[in-house]
Design a protein around this ligand. Structure first.
Ligand code: PLP
Length: 341
């Protein structure tokens, strides 16, 4: 089975398991796990911030970033399909009392103007004020689009002047770096808090990190404990993340190229199903509105032929390339999906 549902399906390889087996560990709630400490300082530097915190999931890193930046009753604004608002079980509202509003970007392109136009300053006792703006880079449900660095710089400048914070959901930030050649540090500096997933394209089994100033990460440490995310000898997990940073970064460019290859093959067969020019990283959304099968039917037929895809809604499916999909698998997947069109 060629599994294109998500890059979360990647499994740790033998070398990563070996690194995890041999990890030095300690009690991280006491700050004594050397492997976690190493991962955190390494990710802080990677993302251009003073400190970082290791968490079990990307949802938790986003939760901590948002809760650290937004007081109860204040708002977080984001694009309408942002993962933080659509795919984290409403954590920011349920656990931190954060309200939200959204701007809409139909093709996932980020512009500072969209975000800034929605930003609101508190007025009187009734109007909700924007405390933070979330930018997703790359934008998952926006088709893996990269947030333009100049737009991010503009957002950073204008929000700083207004006293509004920026949270970057950088679950797949390193896929953006692989595509643009811009460093994670340069992207990371455009936000107060940045999250990064180790368990997607990087191939670690578990874990994400949140980076920010020492003060914000200190707040996040308290929040992580409150939410039940204080882990003990989790250096075994952090070792997978360190191994991924040492060995798996180079593969992300190939994952991006594979997505483009799929998009090119499908668009050549059925123009309009995807615009390959908008496939910038490792995610391909197919618009099925021109074909008879709905998402469920298309996915079921693909699975019968050995390719798994994610159903996003009635008229769209998502394909995600990753390190467990070989170049030969990409060729096979392209043939199978083309045959369904
Ligand atoms: C995967 C993902 C996350 C975090 O997901 P978890 O499953 O909680 O690790 C956050 N943001 C984006 C954009 C994602 O794609």
């Amino acid at each position: 089975m060629i599994d294109l549902r998500s890059d979360t399906v990647t499994r740790p390889d033998a070398a990563m398991r070996e690194a995890m087996l041999n990890a030095e560990v300690g009690d991280d709630v006491y700050g004594e796990d050397p492997t976690i400490n190493e991962l955190e300082s390494r990710c802080a530097a990677l993302l251009g911030h003073e400190d970082a915190i290791f968490c079990p999931s990307g949802s938790m890193t986003n939760m901590l970033g948002v809760a650290a930046l937004v007081a109860p009753g204040w708002e977080l604004i984001a694009e309408s399909r942002a993962h933080v608002l659509r795919a984290e079980a409403g954590g920011h509202a349920a656990l931190a009392g954060v309200t939200s509003r959204t701007w809409v970007s139909p093709d996932g392109t980020f512009t500072a103007a969209d975000a800034l136009a929605l930003m609101s300053r508190p007025r009187g006792y009734h109007q909700v004020g924007t405390a933070a703006i979330a930018v997703e880079n790359t934008h998952n449900f926006g088709g893996g689009r990269i947030a333009d660095i100049d737009e991010l710089r503009t957002l950073r400048r204008e929000t700083a002047a207004a006293g509004v914070a920026v949270h970057m959901d950088g679950a797949r930030l390193l896929n953006a770096c692989a595509a643009t050649g811009i460093s994670a540090e340069e992207y990371g500096r455009q936000a107060d808090t940045v999250s990064l997933c180790l368990s997607k394209g990087l191939g670690a089994p578990v874990g994400s990190v949140l980076a920010g100033s020492a003060e914000i990460i200190e707040k996040a440490r308290l929040l992580r404990k409150r939410y039940g995310g204080g882990m003990r000898q989790a250096g075994i997990l952090a070792a997978g993340g360190l191994h991924a940073l040492d060995h798996n970064l180079a593969g992300l460019a190939a994952d991006n190229a594979h997505a483009r290859q799929l998009a090119d093959a499908l668009a050549a067969t059925r123009p309009g199903i995807v615009d390959p020019e908008l496939v910038e990283t490792n995610i391909v959304f197919l618009d099925l509105s021109g074909i008879a099968d709905d998402g469920e039917a298309f996915a079921a037929k693909a699975a019968e032929k050995g390719v798994r895809v994610s159903v996003m809604d009635e008229r769209s499916v998502r394909l995600v390339t990753h390190r467990d999909v070989s170049p030969a698998d990409v060729d096979t997947a392209a043939e199978v999906l083309v045959s369904l069109l």
